[in-house]
Design a protein around this ligand. Structure first.
Ligand code: C5P
Length: 415
């Protein structure tokens, strides 16, 4: 399964470093290419020569000996499909959590935009240290997978949690993550995010509190799953996939229509304004003597409904063509793209969501309760219900938005 996969293993200075030698052999036996990145402290526990022989590659420790014009930390990050740090010391975990890049390993971690798995190993008191736990939480919230240490006899003489987890667990996590990168391979996923901005005049606008975090998390997860991703957003975002920056609902609709072609999934996570001002003033509106003024608003198009109509009419046209050509053997094509809407409700969440999925005509609706402060708008966590056309409901318990994003994609991809 690991044939030709590029695995970059970062080893830090801990006694468990010796165990990684077996893991390198296991990865090599499965057909993977392995490169080792060792901190200077790691080489107190295992020798460069052993690592070099087992990985059948040179061992990387120094930032300032690049083989070509590209700095080593960038070429290694580009080369790898995945980065595993095992054993990871409290020191290296802390540095990565804080964005410190003071050696080759931490610099690569800082430059790494693909999947990182960290398997910590340390003394039980170090593991329980509040700073270490906070760093672990930070990394987890950023989408880094932590393989928690196990309890048992520790090399330092203590008994407790801190021992490197089993090699089997590490191997399986890497294997699973690399397979995960294939889940949406060859699929185009279009996602919208953020609240639309409806201008009143050159300095004022109508918008909403949407942070765009859920859409961004979906885009990142889809990218990690190997998809070609287009994120149409009202927010300023830098990402390794295509970003289309828009302002108003009309801009967003135009962008979605352009990206519709060849798309496999369209996920409308944006909070689109229902109304816009009828006529945007060309100049800044002046304060007058009036105590009240009235802005006339007109309805925005419902992008989601229009998309579903477009898909419906294209599917009908294909069907008519198939009948006209009497091509009974032609395979009935799967209705593409799969369209997913979001609905944010402050009351009667599920009843409103069920009515909405019929009204919009989409395949799935992701419903979240915006009356709660701990989830949804602006928060880093979410708790959602996935509703399908038949009315089946799948609840995703409260979790960081990246975890929710992954589960949403898995659900709509598999079904
Ligand atoms: O009708 P409601 O605003 O609750 O529907 C929310 C869903 O519809 C979201 O997926 C949102 O992106 C989409 N929407 C839209 N165009 C609008 C309003 C909402 O596509 N004008």
């Amino acid at each position: 399964m690991l044939q030709n996969k590029h695995i970059l293993i970062g080893i830090t200075g801990g006694i468990a470093a010796y165990k990684i030698l077996t893991l390198i052999r296991d990865f090599k036996k499965s057909g993977a290419e392995v490169k080792i990145l060792a901190t200077p402290n790691a080489l107190n526990f295992v020798t460069k020569l052993t690592l070099q022989n087992l990985s059948q590659n040179e061992v990387f420790t120094n930032e300032f000996t690049p083989k070509n014009w590209k700095p080593e930390h960038i070429s290694l990050a580009d080369w790898a499909d995945i980065m595993l740090i095992a054993p990871a010391s409290a020191n290296t975990i802390g540095k990565i959590a804080q964005g410190i890049a003071d050696n080759l390993l931490t610099s690569v971690a800082c430059a790494f935009s693909k999947k990182i798995i960290i398997a910590p190993a340390m003394n039980v008191n170090m593991w329980n240290n509040q700073a270490v736990q906070e760093n672990i939480n930070t990394l987890q919230n950023r989408g880094i997978e932590i393989l928690s240490p196990e309890s048992g006899f520790l090399a330092c003489g203590y008994i407790g949690k801190g021992r490197l987890c089993s090699l089997e667990k590490i191997y399986n996590a890497v294997d699973e993550a690399l397979n995960y990168q294939q889940l949406l391979k060859g699929k185009k996923v279009v996602i919208t995010s953020g609240g639309t901005i409806e201008e009143i005049d050159p300095v004022r606008y109508i918008s909403n509190y949407s942070s765009g975090k859920m859409g961004l998390a979906l885009a990142k997860s889809a990218y990690d799953m190997g998809a070609e991703v287009v994120l149409i957003t009202t927010k300023d975002i830098e990402a390794p996939f295509k970003i289309v920056k828009v302002k108003s609902a009309i801009d967003m609709q135009n962008a979605v229509n352009e990206e519709y072609e060849n798309s496999d999934y369209i996920i409308m996570a944006a909070a689109v304004a229902d109304y816009r001002v009828k006529e945007r003033a060309q100049q800044k509106m002046k304060k007058g003597d009036e105590e009240t003024i009235t802005l006339e608003l007109v309805k925005n198009p419902d992008i989601l409904i229009e998309l579903c109509k477009r898909r419906h009419s294209e599917a009908n046209n294909k069907e008519i063509l198939r009948c006209a050509q009497n091509d009974v053997f032609a395979e009935e094509s799967q209705t593409k793209p799969i369209i997913v809407g979001f609905c944010a409700e402050s009351e009667n969440l599920l009843e409103n969501a069920k009515t909405k999925i019929d009204k919009k005509g989409c395949d799935y609706l992701i419903a979240n309760d915006i009356s709660r402060n701990d989830i949804g708008f602006g928060a880093d966590e979410n708790e959602v219900y996935i509703i399908n056309k038949k009315g089946d409901i799948n609840k995703l318990e409260k979790a960081p938005k990246n975890v929710i994003a992954r589960k949403i994609l898995e659900c709509i991809n598999i079904k």
